[in-house]
Design a protein around this ligand. Structure first.
Ligand code: ATP
Length: 239
């Protein structure tokens, strides 16, 4: 039986994380993320943003507390059940993590191939998104021959191509110029309007200003605050 509360997609209850035996890098995190919303995660360098995102995309288990994803207890789910949960989450890593021996096209196509789509089904969407991120002419390029900003755009395209239920992005505009940052933000918003819950960690205050009424989660030395009421926000009622 599902334990999912109405409308919730992620729920943290009193979560803490320590990497070694010393201090916790995240403490007492209790919040709910609702489907179809767009959250920003802010905080100074070292505040714990990447660590919180790693918990969200199930790369890291907490040291204490409860995490529920898609209505399932992510901590007691056996290892064999995690890949299926992870496939519902698109991730843009801070260091991109593109596969070095694959072309830009093949990096983006990877999630669709893993999900079993045919080459005929893959070609159109991958070409479209290459166009969107302005890299249609670099489709055959290997990551090492791309600039940092180009690699970042490929990483974003790969994360969104499968229209994940949740998109988690760690500083996704850190290597692009302001114009491209806004364009990528619009891509996230488009995905969000199509139903994806988005969590973007960013230092970039200019990016936040491009959004009307952003929902902000703020980390300060591993503790979360809620300057815009993002974490108390009621679920959107179906219209
Ligand atoms: N694998 C690890 N082992 C030990 N400590 C770690 C590890 N990863 C992060 N930390 C520590 O945890 C704290 C939070 O780091 P984290 O990378 O989550 O912060 P951040 O807010 O994402 O920082 P930045 O904006 O600089 O990327 C820091 O003190 C960091 O040194």
């Amino acid at each position: 039986m599902s334990t999912r509360a109405e409308g919730e997609i992620v729920h943290f209850d009193n979560v803490g994380l320590r990497y070694s035996t010393d201090r916790e890098v995240l403490s007492d995190l209790s919040f709910t993320l609702f489907p179809g919303r767009f959250y920003f995660l802010t905080g100074a360098s070292g505040a714990g943003k990447t660590s919180l995102l790693r918990l969200l995309y199930l790369a890291q288990r907490p040291s204490r507390g409860v995490i529920r994803m898609f209505g399932k207890d992510a901590i007691t789910t056996p290892r064999s059940g995690l890949p299926a949960m992870r496939r519902r989450i698109g991730v843009v890593f801070q260091d991109f993590r593109l596969v070095p021996h694959l072309s830009a096209f093949d990096n983006i196509a990877l999630p669709l191939r893993v999900a079993g789509f045919s080459e005929g089904e893959i070609a159109g969407p991958v070409s479209d998104i290459l166009e969107w991120v302005g890299l249609a002419d670099r489709r055959d390029a290997r990551p090492a021959t791309l600039s940092g900003g180009e690699q970042q755009r490929i990483a974003i395209a790969r994360a969104v191509i499968g229209r994940p239920e949740v998109l988690v992005a760690d500083e996704p505009t850190g290597n692009v110029d302001p114009e491209m940052a806004v364009k990528l933000l619009r891509l996230f918003e488009l995905l969000n309007r199509q139903g994806t819950t988005v969590v973007v960690a960013t230092h970039d205050v200019h990016l936040l200003k491009k959004v009307s009424s952003p929902l902000i989660m703020r980390l300060d030395r591993g503790r979360l605050s809620d300057p815009t009421g993002a974490l108390r926000y009621p679920p959107r009622r179906p219209s």
